[in-house]
Design a protein around this ligand. Structure first.
Ligand SMILES: [Zn+2]
Length: 468
């Protein structure tokens, strides 16, 4: 059989781009403004920086992963050859699905991190159309030798930096950077403990646990003038270094920052592929956008609820790292309609099941399983409904919620299809018409459950892409 081994080599490797022929080994940070409203968007350059060591893969310059709402691409200007691509999603495209975006324009500051080109390149941005195919919507020429264009003096804030896990060359490993927000100078000892605790939490979860040696983790001690972050819905405003705040898109628990420049300056002190922001505040919340960053709250006033922070930390990393979609559907969000159920979503763990024979996790299906796969949805939904009627602000909320959560978990764990891969209705904030791969997963229920096999494979695909 050995003779046929070459057939298994992915196309991306057969046409591998020679890193050293096109790139210097440093990082090109391209800062730009992304503006628009629902159905309209514009790009304009801010600054292009030459910064430190390239942390991405030097072997897989063209992404083998079909992930993200957008794709950034570099073409060699002389030959027109595609020499780099990577998928990503943005706060902008989430904002476009809110009602505010129907009414007004808004600008977000965003960053591309690219291998630094030796010769002139065309940078292009592609976005998915309604059929989920990428179409280029903007491009600009960049001559890396042109002196006034490239800024070589990126801002380096004076934060202490230390390695938490070191396993090798950044271009051959997955590089994470952990940043704190809302930690004042007095809170820094707490931040160090949080960084260690939640990093361990992640590396105790598969598939990270078995692939620990393929990651580097850096910690940047970002000092905020004040403790905590803003809660605009409560009129509470804090001066925190990275600008993270609750109430993104009107959702009390959704934490994001629009201060991209401060975030990138702080993260850029080390080589990184992914950013996790630890939030020194005590209201439940977090966020995670594919190839952007995660946020997770780190304090709680509710004894017995510490586990929720670990759940959020790893769940959000699933979004940011592998573009995993939310599989839950019984919780409110700020989006009007996030998925169009008429087309197959790109997220690896959500399907509209429009073509049962070619379901995207076809080769992982439990043999003989029914599609869609029956599960005790009605019983689960009635528990979710009762749970949603509880007053979230009541002092005994967590006590009252607990029996519902345990009954929901018991129901999922007791399902005859537990542990199997099929297509279970209810995913992506939709009770009907979208399906998830397993009855339970870290992307589905609120609890310390493992990622299902389809999510685990998607996470492993990213580990393989960035480290070898
Ligand atoms: Zn989520």
């Amino acid at each position: 059989m050995k003779i046929f081994v070459f057939l298994l080599i992915p196309a991306a490797l057969l046409f591998a781009i020679d890193h050293d022929a096109f790139f210097t080994g440093k990082t090109m940070r391209v800062d730009y403004y992304h503006s628009g409203k629902a159905g309209e968007e514009h790009f304009s350059l801010d600054q292009i920086y030459e910064t430190g060591t390239w942390a991405g893969s030097k072997k897989h310059l063209i992404t083998p992963l079909n992930l993200g709402e957008y794709q950034v691409r570099l073409y060699d200007s002389a030959s027109g050859e595609l020499i780099y691509s990577r998928g990503y999603s943005t706060m902008f495209n989430e904002w476009q699905t809110t009602s505010e975006a129907k009414e007004r324009y808004k600008t977000f500051h965003e960053t591309f991190r690219l291998p630094f080109a030796k010769k002139p390149v065309k940078l292009a941005v592609a976005r998915r159309d309604r059929q989920m195919r990428f179409r280029e919507i903007w491009s600009t020429e960049i001559d890396p030798q042109r002196t006034p264009l490239i800024n070589k003096a990126v801002n380096k804030p004076d934060y202490r930096v230390w390695p938490l896990m070191q396993n090798g060359d950044p271009s051959e490993k997955v590089d994470l950077v952990l940043l704190g927000d809302g930690y004042s100078a007095q809170d820094m000892e707490q931040f160090r403990r949080d960084a260690r605790t939640y990093n361990e939490e992640m590396f105790n979860t598969e598939p990270f646990k078995s692939n620990r040696g393929r990651f580097n983790v850096w910690v940047v001690e970002v000092v905020s003038p004040e403790s905590g972050i803003s809660r605009p819905d409560k009129g509470i405003w804090k001066n925190n270094a990275l600008g993270s705040r609750y109430f993104t898109f009107g959702s009390p628990r959704y934490i994001l920052t629009e201060n991209n420049k401060a975030l990138r300056d702080a993260a850029g002190l080390v080589p990184y592929d992914y950013i996790n922001i630890l939030i020194n505040d005590n209201r439940y919340g977090g966020g995670g956008i594919y190839n952007l960053y995660t946020t997770t709250y780190m304090r709680t006033d509710h004894p017995g609820q510490e586990w929720q922070k670990g759940y959020v930390y790893v769940h959000e990393f699933g979004h940011a790292f592998a573009g995993l979609g939310d599989e839950y559907y019984s919780s409110s969000t700020g989006y009007d309609e996030f998925y169009n159920k008429d087309v197959e979503p790109w997220e690896p763990n959500v399907t509209a099941l429009r073509d049962k024979k070619n379901i995207k996790w076809k080769e992982m299906l439990t043999p003989g399983i029914a599609l869609p796969t029956p599960w005790n949805k009605a019983a689960y939904d009635s528990l979710a409904m009762a749970r949603s009627r509880l007053d979230r602000l009541a002092t005994d909320y967590y006590e009252k919620r607990e029996p519902f959560i345990s009954r929901q978990h018991a129901l999922l764990a007791g399902s005859p299809y537990a542990g199997m891969v099929g297509a279970f209705e209810g995913a992506g904030y939709e009770s009907h018409g979208l399906y998830r791969p397993a009855v339970d997963c870290r992307m589905f229920s609120l609890g310390l459950v493992d990622f299902d096999p389809v999510c685990r494979r998607a996470l492993l695909d990213v580990i393989n892409y960035l480290s070898d």
